[in-house]
Design a binder for this molecule. Sequence first.
Ligand SMILES: Nc1ncnc2c1ncn2[C@@H]1O[C@H](COP(=O)(O)OP(=O)(O)O)[C@@H](O)[C@H]1O
Ligand SMILES: O=P(O)(O)OC[C@H]1O[C@](O)(COP(=O)(O)O)[C@@H](O)[C@@H]1O
Ligand SMILES: [Mg+2]
Length: 514
Amino acid sequence: MASSDANMKIVHGEAGYILEDVPHLSDYIPNLPTYPNPLRSNPAYSVVKQYFVHVDDTVPQKVVVHKDSPRGVHFRRAGPRQKVYFKSDDVRACIVTCGGLCPGLNTVIREIVCGLSYMYGVNSVIGIDGGYRGFYSKNTVTLTPKVVNDIHKRGGTFLGTSRGGHDTNKIVDSIQDRGINQVYVIGGDGTQRGAAVIYEEIRRRGLKVAVVGIPKTIDNDIPVIDKSFGFDTAVEEAQRAINAAHVEAESVENGIGIVKLMGRYSGFIAMYATLASRDVDCCLIPESPFFLEGNGGLFEFIEKRLKENGHMVIVIAEGAGQDLLTEENAQAMNAKDASGNKLLQDVGLWISQRIKDHFARKNKMAITLKYIDPTYMIRAVPSNASDNVYCTLLAQSAVHGAMAGFTGYTSGLVNGRQTYIPFQRIIERQNQVVITDRMWARLLSSTNQPSFINPKDGEKIKKTEQHPTRLSEGKNCKDVEVKKAEKPPTQILGVDNSKVGQNSENHVDSSNKA
Ligand SMILES: Nc1ncnc2c1ncn2[C@@H]1O[C@H](COP(=O)(O)OP(=O)(O)O)[C@@H](O)[C@H]1O
Ligand SMILES: O=P(O)(O)OC[C@H]1O[C@](O)(COP(=O)(O)O)[C@@H](O)[C@@H]1O
Ligand SMILES: [Mg+2]
């Protein structure tokens, strides 16, 4: 039985099975002709048994289940279909990259171009120059397999990118004027919101244009998907900065190395870089409030670690402790970038200064502090081998879906399978580290840092958050306003930051979690 509200196409099945399906061009354009998939006669694929995805194949969002659990939410499995809705010669595709950089952007661009050409014989692909505004303010770039042949070896984006400039009508006018019928949009949460609006307008105008998102986010803040491409590369690159901070810190008496990593609202890079390194004594992320002074505060912990080890390394995500900075500089609160994202104050510089001031004031311990800010270095590098493979599969999946007539979806990995996820599910929430989850507990036990949460707030957290989670899963997400005028504050799970407390090194009890 299928039902749909304004945004979602939902199919219910036996035993609590739910398919959150993606739109199809035939949903709003009647009598569309279909064609045999050209892959049928492609020698590379014709030998592969069951190469085509079964029409009923879906992928569960949750793989950890109990005996009597309902089957739960599923997404459509990505891959080539027997029939396609575009003749190869009729396809005119475009690719645009928006938002901040991320390792792997060029690989995705390359593989969309090569996938369209080699798998489907599509020879008309154009690049939109410089993000969304390029649709209406710049000339396009012709993309062929030859042009993109070695771009995956470079960082950044071959097409350029930008923030802001999303004018829906101008963009869709440009798509219509240029005769584009497949739009591949590579970008983060903001970009996917923009793509969702473009899809709605295209549907309203009744155009046969497939709109496909490929999720890009260095912060790993996009929900539902296992993890974003480029994340592995960024974590790996962050190790170099952490190593340097460690070498500096351990070479002097009472050395402190501080490394600031990206993570506006989600501390995944800091958390994984910390877990990977083993040299980090303390990891601070936006999701976990902390305080400086008094029992159980950061300063007390630093003193303790210096006395024990003679040096320490702190990794701090750029969005951590913003509430503390705002207390000191309320004016900076409202600054935003061109996309409407809140501009953060430099927490790395701030915390370095506060630590220096603290030890100078106490005058009892001379410290040497080195602050390393590799922020842009970890996202400007080319993607590593595993991200390259990931980008290739994402791009190929995106192409198969568009050729099969699906639209209004983001191509994403769910439980290790390529899927098509409706835009709505991607843009309604933001993926964040859940500090009552076992992963954060693993980090706390690896660094042996205090949770910086007082027992009262810890109890509150236990009561409000009961969902076991993985690196990225639906329940790992926090609701955000879809219109995204402003991102949410760094307060989580019902914890009142102002009350985060004076004492205790309690770790959050996660024993009741999966
Ligand atoms: N709610 C929205 N509706 C339409 N376009 C949006 C929306 N939010 C962001 N965008 C556009 O998406 C692009 C990228 O957004 P941004 O937040 O900068 O990066 P990211 O996609 O990486 O999160 C920008 O061009 C911005 O104008
Ligand atoms: O200086 P820029 O280009 O605005 O980028 C900074 C921001 O970009 C990010 O790397 C990722 O943001 P997006 O995913 O929105 O592009 C954030 O971590 C960081 O705050
Ligand atoms: Mg973003």
